[in-house]
Design a protein around this ligand. Sequence first.
Ligand code: E4P
Length: 218
Amino acid sequence: MKFFIDTANLDQIQQAKELGVLDGVTTNPSLMAKEGIKGDAAILAHYKKICQLVSGDVSAEVIGTDFATMVKEGKILADLAPNIVVKVPMTADGVKAICHFTSLGIRTNCTLIFSAGQAILAAKAGATYLSPFVGRLDDINWEGMQLIRDIADIYTIQGYETEILAASIRNSRHIVDAARSGADVVTCPLSAIMGLLDHPLTTMGLEKFLSDYNKSQA
Ligand code: E4P
């Protein structure tokens, strides 16, 4: 399973990169706004910085909601760097745009996925990645991870090549469950990635090893 970081924060991307396990980055308009980036020129410049920082795929989302605007914006985004993946929402125009990008060889990430039916449409359109939002389903008392399992089953049966990118990941447990459920990629906040390191027995064990070593040096 590939690890993407779900942020537009350059420091956090750098920290995940330094850990050595980072395969890519996902962003969305809310994450870009959180970094205080204002205006289209600044947004495009920020995407370029992210693409220079990581060699893996970087998802950059279109803002337009009609086919023509999505295609226009997607081409501008795809021209920024070879590792850009154009993120497109699951709507009728979005599916049309994904089909169009697929025919041009432009890679896509179909976002805002909340059902298996949407996942089938995105795969038929040729999306490179599919982003089911686990945490937001949990928020409304649905079992987000069940959607990952359902899509993984369907994609295996049908032989679809679209990669399942588990998104809206809130904690380290979600990462483990996504791996078990058949996700090809997980995109998560830095805190969830770093949380995988933690176990009290690891901390206690290391303290004991160091203390015993220090006694042997006394
Ligand atoms: C990723 O591509 C999504 O935009 C993101 O994971 C959404 O996460 P959220 O539900 O925490 O906003």
